[in-house]
Design a protein around this ligand. Structure first.
Ligand code: CUA
Length: 156
């Protein structure tokens, strides 16, 4: 092997090490974690599952924490209107009985996929009172463009 080849091999190893170090550093410093556990559910049995038989907003700590159990289905969200106080922690538990849907709260960073057979969990706080559209942003059939709901963030 000549010196020129050795030089390039060393360069390749070095650049790989730098790449891993940078990704590792930012990953650890930002506290990134893979999902802890994946919650599954039988999409044909939502009606008899206590979590989703009555989609609802549950008050955990008044004014501070709420759980929202939401079903995304062709072509609506149940419940269709969600009212929460501002600055409270809102934990959304979302599932679908039919196909893949999207869940995006317009004007916020809340955006996720909803997949039949799984429970999507996403938490957020809303500091700006007002009305926000919740839309589906995964194509899910002919009524996709009409699939929306409303989030109302109240001043406390
Ligand atoms: Cu649901 Cu598009």
């Amino acid at each position: 092997m000549n010196t020129y080849e050795k030089g390039w091999i060393a360069f390749g190893v070095l650049i790989t090490a730098v790449f891993l170090a940078v990704v590792g550093y930012f990953g650890f410093s930002a506290g990134l974690q893979p999902p802890q556990k994946v919650e599954v559910i039988d999409p044909t049995k939502l009606a008899s599952d206590p979590r989703f038989s009555k989609p609802r907003i549950e008050e955990i700590v008044p004014g501070e924490e709420y759980n929202v159990y939401l079903v995304s289905r062709m072509w609506t969200f149940i419940p269709n209107q969600i009212t929460v106080p501002k600055d409270a922690r809102i934990n959304f538990y979302i599932t679908s009985p039919d196909v893949v849907h999207g869940f995006h709260i317009v004007g916020t960073s809340v955006q996720t996929m909803v997949i039949p057979g799984y429970i999507t969990v996403i938490s957020a706080r809303f500091s700006e009172p007002g009305e926000y559209w919740i839309i589906c942003n995964e194509y899910c059939g002919q009524g996709h463009h009409m699939m929306k709901a409303k989030l109302i963030v109240k001043e406390v």
